[in-house]
Ligand binder design. Sequence first.
Ligand code: ATP
Ligand code: MG
Length: 259
Amino acid sequence: MLEIHDLTLSVPGHRILRGVSLDVGAGETVGLVGESGSGKSTTARAVLRLVPEGAETAGTISVCGVSPGDPEGVRAIRTEHAAMIFQDPRSALNPVRRIGDSATERLVHVHGVPKAEATRRLVGLMAEVGLRDPESLLRRYPHQLSGGMLQRVVIAAALSTDPKVLLADEATSALDVTTQAEVLALLRRLRRERELAVLFITHDLLLAGAFCDRVYVMKDGLIVDEQPGKTVFVDPANPYTKALADATPRLPEREHGHA
Ligand SMILES: Nc1ncnc2c1ncn2[C@@H]1O[C@H](COP(=O)(O)OP(=O)(O)OP(=O)(O)O)[C@@H](O)[C@H]1O
Ligand SMILES: [Mg+2]
């Protein structure tokens, strides 16, 4: 579904990605973890051809067999094949438009879905991610909602267009554990029912291990390790993965092997 091969990305004076290769299959959830600044968001954004101004890129990207190398490919990927939940939900929404207009925009204007139907779809997904009274939320403006609520709105909006590939950049990091569980349950269901492929970017190593089928570890613009989710942080052989795992706080019972 998503294949990235030897992707490099440089801005003047700085090589941000130094040959990233990864793939995510249909119905697969794949984690991308690594320290701040390692290039996780840059990798995901490159899939939609959202690259910094003046950036030079090389390598190949394919989403459902389509490359973002030309304008038609970019359009097809952005509108039909992939959707992204951006790391900062506030930046993804226009501050002076009502949330309902921003969040249904792609469905209405790109997919040609009638506004009432688009709203109905969005409201259903908002309820699934634990937002109460979604209709009234849609009439409000971004500044009137908390960060966690906005995060859930953009998750619902991203899923409403029925993408094949979801790029989830710290999608649940701002949420409390209960809400996070609701969002993950929804993603699990879509993974099962629609064979949704998810690239799940997170700082939370334990979450990545628990939620993802496979996990890539990224450092300084390179993938340095790839492991099955279940065992990624159980005595990793790779020294960088081990350092990350050792730096991750665990519940006390886990340390004693009871969890
Ligand atoms: N528009 C840009 N212009 C120049 N450099 C950039 C730009 N965007 C990101 N960078 C640089 O690219 C590197 C990778 O950034 P990126 O945002 O991809 O990291 P990240 O792994 O997502 O980090 P975090 O975990 O903090 O979100 C950083 O060194 C950052 O300073
Ligand atoms: Mg990031």
